[in-house]
Each structure stands twice: as structure tokens, then as C-alpha cells.
Design a protein around this ligand. Structure first.
Ligand SMILES: Nc1ncnc2c1ncn2[C@@H]1O[C@H](COP(=O)(O)OP(=O)(O)OP(=O)(O)O)[C@@H](O)[C@H]1O
Length: 314
């Protein structure tokens, strides 16, 4: 690893980063190495510590233990120097509802210390890039969810940060707007911005270059989505037949079946990879005359998530 502070290969490095609130361990010894110029996802259920981890990485919240290095800076000691180099967008719309779109962007530009002519130029570019020209004079509070979200991203990037933290940024928008939002993230990524995004949507997680799955403050697994899907240790098989509820209970009694979940008319079953011919093996577990059809299917991130966070079988 090079010693030049600004040329570290990782935008974010943590060692045993932890946060306790009284007796609750919200983040438990998290080790992260997030490469520059990538989109890194935190995937996990409500309350697993995503926001707390992000707040520590931005320098807003002091860790209880561990080391944090962000963009070559020792955090929280050098948090002030970090502030102007990062952008932060939370799930809650945090701009001024009574200000217009343009006023909000100028306000953010002033906070980040952009000089007036630069700010004017930058705001014009952002209005165009984020398709907000028609709403430029509109009060932010009166905009649609998708428009508000575009404005929030524009505001978070007004100072062209090297690193962007997005905490569940698309929880309040429809799939079409979410898709458009991700197109913007890839544009930013191509322009060398590193992005850390937290989510509980699988489709969103699948778009990340790298992913960490968190549960109750702990990192359960991490890597490229494809890698995680290939190495989850189970074969997914879908079964179509009558009485799926009964079949589910029957199958879950076998320790080789790690999970069974109904999807409409099918039962998606995760079979231990140590079973060499899982379809044949499952056939002999089917009730007589069930006329079941079995099909090995492509793994998905929900399977990875289920396997990573599996306490009880489900
Ligand atoms: N300031 C605080 N004081 C006490 N407990 C807190 C505080 N902030 C967070 N917690 C607790 O820490 C745990 C992790 O919360 P956090 O908000 O980081 O989770 P999250 O994964 O971001 O959840 P969500 O998806 O719901 O936003 C939760 O149990 C939460 O109640």
C-alpha cells in the first residue's frame, strides 16, 4: 500500500469499527476495505447498523472502538478536513421544503464554500444533469418523490465530492425512479466518485460492485454479488406442485434443506451443495403422486441473504 495519503487504494478502511449504545452493540467490529471508484453496498434488515456505520464513516458519530480511515484521513480526529470531500444523502428528505430547487442548491453550494460564479455554473449544470430545469423555481416541498430524490442527490454532489454516502436513498420511490437514480450513480462512479450505499432492496444490492451483508451489527459476508451467489453453499431448486404449505413443512424437517420459501405457485428450496444430485435427491422426498416438477434455478441475492443471516430455517 502506498504511503501517499491521497493515493491510498482504498477510499475507506476500518479495523474493528464498533459502536455501543448502552448495552446494545449497534456495530460490532466491522472490518472494511472499500476500493476507490467503486459502488459498495451495505445490505441488511432494519436496525442492523447500516446508518450507524455510515454516520461513523462520515465523522458525525464517534466510534466506541476501532480504527477508521476515510480518504486517507484519520476519523473522527480529522473529520473537519473530510467534510468538504464527501457528500451525504439520507433516506429522509433533508433539504428546505420552503425554498425553491435553485435556492436549495445555492444554499448547499454556499455551505460547501463555492464562490458565487462557480456556484451559479454548478447549479446550472446540476439542473440540467438531474432533469430539474422545469422545476427550478418550484418549492422543494411541492415536488414528487422522484423529483425530491433527484434534488437531494444533486445537492449532495454540488461540491463534486470524492466520496458519496447514500443511506437508503431510494426507499421512498418507485422502481422506475430507482432505476433512473442508479443510472446517475453509475455516471458519478464513471467520473471516479466512490459511493457507499445502504439498502434493503435486493435489486439495488445486485447493482453494486461489492457488497457487505450486515446483521445485528456484524458483517456476515462480503464480496462481489456474483461471487457471493456462487459461493453460498446451496443449490436453489424450484418445485411446482399442489399443497405447497404442507410440502414446505415436510421438506424443512431435513437438515440438508437450508430454506424453503413460497413464491406464488412455486416453492423455492435451498439444498446443501454437498448433495451431488439435488433434483434427484428431492424427488425421493416428494409425496407419492404429487406430480411435482423440479427445476434447478439461478441463485439470487435473496438466497445469499437468507444463507448469510440464517439463524432459524425459514
Ligand atoms: N442514538 C442512538 N441511541 C441508541 N440506540 C441507537 C441510536 N442510534 C441507533 N441505535 C440503535 O442501533 C441499532 C442500529 O440502528 P441503525 O439505525 O444503524 O440501523 P439501520 O440498519 O440503519 O436500520 P434502518 O434500515 O431501519 O435505518 C438499532 O437497534 C437502533 O435502535
Amino acid at each position: 500500500m502506498t504511503e501517499d495519503k491521497n493515493n491510498k487504494p482504498y477510499a475507506i478502511e476500518t479495523h474493528a469499527m464498533s459502536k455501543r449504545f448502552g448495552s446494545l452493540i449497534a456495530v460490532n467490529e466491522l472490518n472494511l476495505n472499500i476500493e476507490r471508484g467503486t459502488i459498495y453496498g451495505f445490505l441488511g434488515p432494519n436496525g442492523c447498523g447500516k446508518s450507524t456505520a455510515i454516520r461513523m464513516l462520515t465523522g458525525l458519530l464517534a466510534p466506541s472502538d476501532g480504527d477508521i480511515n476515510v480518504l486517507g484521513l484519520d476519523i473522527p480526529k480529522e473529520a473537519e478536513a473530510l467534510r468538504k470531500r464527501i457528500g451525504y444523502m439520507t433516506q429522509k428528505f433533508s433539504l428546505y421544503e420552503d425554498l425553491s430547487v435553485t435556492e436549495n442548491l445555492h444554499f448547499m453550494a454556499a455551505i460547501y464554500g463555492l464562490r458565487k460564479p462557480t456556484a451559479r455554473q454548478r447549479v446550472d449544470v446540476l439542473l440540467q444533469e438531474y432533469d430539474l430545469e422545469a422545476q427550478a423555481k418550484q418549492r422543494a416541498g411541492s415536488m414528487s418523490g422522484g423529483q425530491k430524490q433527484r434534488l437531494a442527490l444533486a445537492a449532495a454532489t454540488v461540491h463534486q465530492p470524492e466520496l458519496l454516502f447514500l443511506d437508503e436513498p431510494t426507499s421512498a420511490v418507485d422502481p422506475e425512479n430507482r432505476r433512473a437514480f442508479w443510472e446517475k450513480l453509475f455516471d458519478l462512479c464513471e467520473a471516479k466518485t466512490t459511493i457507499l450505499v445502504s439498502t434493503h432492496y435486493m435489486d439495488e444490492a445486485e447493482r453494486c460492485h461489492q457488497l457487505a451483508i450486515l446483521e445485528r451489527g456484524k458483517l456476515k459476508t462480503a464480496g462481489k454479488p456474483e461471487y457471493l451467489m456462487e459461493n453460498m453453499g446451496v443449490t436453489p431448486i424450484e418445485i411446482e406442485c399442489p399443497n405447497l404449505r404442507t410440502l414446505k413443512t415436510r421438506l424443512l424437517a431435513n437438515p440438508e434443506i437450508k430454506s424453503a420459501a413460497q413464491l406464488g405457485l412455486r416453492l423455492r428450496v435451498l439444498v446443501d451443495q454437498r448433495i451431488s444430485n439435488p433434483e434427484q435427491w428431492l424427488e425421493q422426498l416428494m409425496p407419492a403422486n404429487s406430480h411435482a416438477t423440479l427445476k434447478t434455478v439461478r441463485p439470487n441475492l435473496e438466497d445469499v441473504f437468507v444463507m448469510a443471516t440464517r439463524g432459524e430455517k425459514r
